[in-house]
Design a protein around this ligand. Structure first.
Ligand code: HEM
Length: 464
């Protein structure tokens, strides 16, 4: 009844402006601006991005409600003209089932040789540039992109002419995905995207990528007709998805557009996030020689006399695991997770949340909450040594990969890449900042939050 609606308690809201709502309060780093606002308005706030209601949760209880207890209600993806108009439509639950299938633990293990080869190639690259200033971001992103690309489509990123085109398309798509699309929040201003060239750029890159993915799939269909895969051979995602498409594994066919959407999503969701964490980890190690030394000691102690660290060696490296967790606590590359929308009216703590409200969870704010962490601004991996807190979505104070049904399906894969790459670098080289370099920690926001400036470093070979 109307009187009921009036007495329902909505979350506190910062004052909004006509038309734009609270958009002016987001700034260039929304996770930080929303953290500041939450200190004033509390752990559940209602904002308006243009005409769209958005709640922002910054407490463990609210995050648990959205991502676990009520995750079915919050499982809708808000409509986005970018994805819906040009990139094979919105993703549904079926889409997620396929991605989970691709990134199962068993399958992730089967790509061990790819990770070990590509991290070895990275070590060779660093060796070639020893004693001179090196752009570590280029080295780390090159390795990550190659791993994801080999696993996804069976060839390295940037290979041959079409690979160079793929690199350019993906760079553009990552850039466009981070651009604020005014039409999604103030629909009557959609026309602006035509004037400012955004629509044209999106259409161009969507067309190029679609042609590229079609070519990859067609080549594979022809190759597979002529050769039979051995059972043990690690198949890339194109092969696995083509088998599903034929109904071989699931008994029902997979639409071609869904297949292409999955390949694209793995590129977009998997590459930048993974190397961003690697770059932040190396940054924090360079800023904290004490932590770097402890990690070196662990590597030396647990892999004595080894010429090359393998994935088996990582199992007992507890300090390494603490280093990665501590980086993810302070530098979650997707700090507000991927937006979801409530499918129906729902209660969140004591508040009433109307249907079709977007729900953001500020993992960055929770990672720095002094009520949850001692000295939260300090980079101190030791806090995880005698602690059960993990990043796997059970401990809501640390959710860099999200949680629940819609949590990141690539978590295990990303963690192994990070652990192996960091250990191999530390095992082989002493790293230092270029002379007089003052480590700038400024963030910038695109699809994910990364260092504004690429990390530069000087490597010298470590005597064995
Ligand atoms: C350290 C690296 C990574 C981080 C921090 C990360 C984090 C996340 C987060 C926070 C989400 C959203 C979860 C939610 O909405 O609750 C997500 C979604 C996803 N991630 Fe990751 N991720 C990483 C690496 C990867 C990798 C390596 C892959 C694939 C190989 C991957 C594939 C995906 C996919 C397919 C989605 C779903 C995207 C969508 O909703 O369209 N991620 N990831």
């Amino acid at each position: 009844s109307p009187s009921n609606t009036q007495t329902r308690l909505l979350p506190p809201s910062p004052t909004k402006l006509p038309i734009i709502g609270n958009l002016h309060q987001l700034g260039s780093l929304p996770h930080r601006s929303l953290h500041k606002l939450s200190k004033k308005y509390g752990p559940v706030m209602l904002l308006h991005f243009g005409s769209k209601p958005v709640i922002v949760a910054s407490s463990v209880d609210a995050a648990r409600d959205i991502m676990k207890t009520l995750d079915l209600v919050w499982s809708n993806r808000p409509k986005s003209s970018f994805a819906d108009g040009h990139f094979y439509g919105s993703k549904d639950v079926v889409f997620f089932c396929y991605v989970l299938h691709l990134l199962s633990n068993k399958r992730v293990q089967s790509y061990r040789h790819v990770r070990e080869e590509e991290t070895s190639n990275m070590i060779d690259k660093i060796r070639q540039h020893c004693d001179s200033v090196m752009n570590l971001r280029d080295v780390l992103s090159g390795m990550t992109n190659n791993i994801i690309s080999r696993v996804n489509i069976g060839r390295t990123y940037n290979e041959g002419e079409s690979g160079i085109a793929l690199k350019a398309y993906l760079e553009e798509i990552l850039l466009l995905a981070g651009v604020f699309n005014i039409g999604d929040y103030i629909p009557w201003l959609k026309w602006l995207n035509k004037v400012n060239g955004l629509d044209t750029r999106v259409k161009k890159v969507a067309k190029g990528l679609d042609a590229f993915l079609e070519r990859v799939i067609e080549e594979r269909v022809i190759r597979n007709k002529n050769t039979e895969h051995s059972r043990d051979e690690a198949k890339d995602f194109v092969d696995v998805l083509l088998e599903i498409q034929n109904g071989k594994e699931t008994g029902f066919p997979l639409q071609r557009d869904t297949l292409k959407a999955i390949l694209l999503d793995v590129f977009v969701a998997g590459t930048d996030s993974t190397y961003t964490v690697l770059e932040w980890t190396m940054t924090e190690l360079l800023r904290h020689p004490r932590v770097m030394k402890k990690l070196e000691d662990e590597v030396r102690e647990l892999a004595p006399g080894k010429t090359e660290i393998t994935e088996d060696d990582l199992r007992n490296m507890y300090y390494l695991k603490a280093v990665i967790k501590e980086t993810l606590r302070l530098h979650a590359p997707v700090p507000l997770r991927v937006p979801r929308e409530s499918m129906e009216e729902v209660k969140l703590l004591d508040y009433h949340i109307p249907a079709k409200t977007q729900g953001l969870v500020n993992a960055w704010a929770m990672g720095r909450d002094p009520l949850l962490w001692d000295d939260p601004e300090e980079y101190r991996p030791e806090r995880f040594l005698n602690s059960d807190i993990d990043v796997k979505g059970q401990n809501f104070e640390l959710i860099p990969f999200g949680a629940g049904r819609m949590g990141c399906p690539g978590m295990t894969f990303a963690i192994i890449i990070n652990e192996l790459a960091v250990t191999r670098i530390v095992h082989k080289f002493n790293l230092a900042l270029p002379k007089e370099e003052d480590l700038d920690m400024t963030e910038c926001n695109g699809l994910g939050v990364r260092r504004k400036l690429p990390l530069l470093g000087v490597a010298t070979p470590r005597s064995s």
